[in-house]
Design a protein around this ligand. Structure first.
Ligand code: GDP
Length: 366
């Protein structure tokens, strides 16, 4: 096939991989102006669609931001901070200022203190080596916090472009679509010119005559649970409304199963409450530690589900990590699934999660 480039974003047109940059259905190659599906939807429906890139392609491409001047809005998923915070961002964006946008705040209990949460997020970013100008908490599906964010972006961009950067699934498209809707009077939303090799795959949405909001493809995070589970299971483990914390009073030598996808053993310590933040649909099962291995071996996919059949075929074995909790108010984080919050200290827990998904501990978010 002759090499064709999208008239909108400059990505090389391809007709085989729908989720990737430059995809267009073969039938649209007949058109005079060939656009990739992402640009087509933006142009005709004012709607952004996310496309995924591998780490290398993404880094190469997004590094062009380093040589440009603008504000970087890094969108993350507040329910999966570890999985969505890009630690490589400073290398990618150079000296450009960064604003952190914590999306999906509607998933957290309403009682969560937003100021404390912003502060917490700022600390997490700092520990990951990210210097951010400001932190915003939003819900792009519900519209929460959008006005304040729009004002903040306007202030920090100082008349320059805004680059929107994030991993897939953080809600970047939902966010941009809402911004587009809020900004009235947009007709021709994408620029028809592009600069091959530098802004490949970027979509520009004009903010005024000289500057634009620039959407970059979402980077795929290989650690995300999404790669290990079927789409039915993914739907089940991804919370879609306010998460109801579930509290278990546990004695040492007790175990909690999160479906059959992860497990937490309370190895030793005084009686303690374990507050679980997971999708309300994910069943939690309590058992004795001594029975846990047998239960898993005999009932995975039945009593302990998800996984469903399809997930069981690709789910890696569970791998153990043991943590000694020495500080009060600690979260044990299962990336892409949720976390368990413990108030007390001086206890040991063992977390089991699919190999490749890195369980971590952090200072409590709530
Ligand atoms: P992208 O891959 O970053 O572009 O993400 P999408 O915009 O496609 O969103 C990924 C998923 O997150 C979709 O199922 C959205 O419905 C959901 N989502 C996006 N924004 C929010 C939000 O503010 N709150 C909640 N609860 N879900 C959201």
């Amino acid at each position: 096939m002759e090499e064709i480039y999208c008239q909108g974003c400059g990505a090389q047109i391809q007709t085989t991989a729908p989720g990737e940059a430059g995809y267009t259905p073969a039938s649209s190659l007949e058109r005079e102006e060939v656009l990739c599906k992402r640009c087509f939807r933006l142009k005709h429906y004012n709607e952004i669609q996310d496309v995924a890139m591998t780490d290398d392609d993404f880094l190469k491409m997004v590094s062009s931001i380093r040589d440009a001047e603008g504000l970087v809005a890094h969108v993350i998923d507040i329910f999966d901070v570890e999985g969505s915070l890009l630690k490589s961002l400073p290398r990618i964006v150079g000296n450009n200022p960064i604003v952190l946008v914590g999306n999906k705040v509607d998933l957290l209990p309403k009682s969560a203190n937003k100021r404390k949460l912003s502060q917490w997020l700022r600390t997490q970013a700092k520990e990951a080596g990210l210097k951010v100008k400001d932190v915003y908490l939003i819900s792009s599906s519900k519209g929460y916090g959008m006005d304040e964010l729009a004002e903040g972006l306007e202030q920090y961009r100082g008349g320059k472009d805004i680059y929107i950067v994030g991993t897939t699934n953080v809600g970047k498209s939902t966010f941009i679509n809402r911004l587009i809707r809020q900004t009235s009077g947009l007709e021709e939303v994408i620029t028809t010119s592009y600069f091959p090799g530098t802004t490949l795959g970027f979509i520009e949405i004009p903010l005024d005559d000289d500057t634009a909001l620039i959407d970059t493809p979402g980077i795929v995070n290989k650690q995300q649970m999404a790669h290990y589970v079927s789409s039915a299971d993914l739907k089940l483990i991804t919370p879609n409304k306010e998460v109801k914390p579930r509290t278990y009073q546990l004695n040492e030598q007790q175990t909690l199963f999160f479906g059959g996808l992860a497990r937490l053993d309370f190895v030793n310590g005084e009686k303690e409450s374990f507050v679980c933040y997971f999708s309300n649909q994910l069943p939690i099962h309590r058992t004795k530690l001594e029975k846990a291995d047998d239960l898993y071996a005999g009932h995975l996919g039945e009593l302990l589900s998800p996984p469903d059949k399809e997930t069981m075929e690709k789910l890696p074995d569970l791998k153990k990590s043991t943590f000694r909790i020495t500080e009060e108010k600690t979260d044990i984080v299962f990336p892409g699934l949720g976390w368990v919050s413990i108030t007390g200290k001086d206890l040991s827990v063992t977390a089991h999660a699919p190999e490749g998904s890195a369980v971590s501990i952090r200072k409590s978010l709530l």
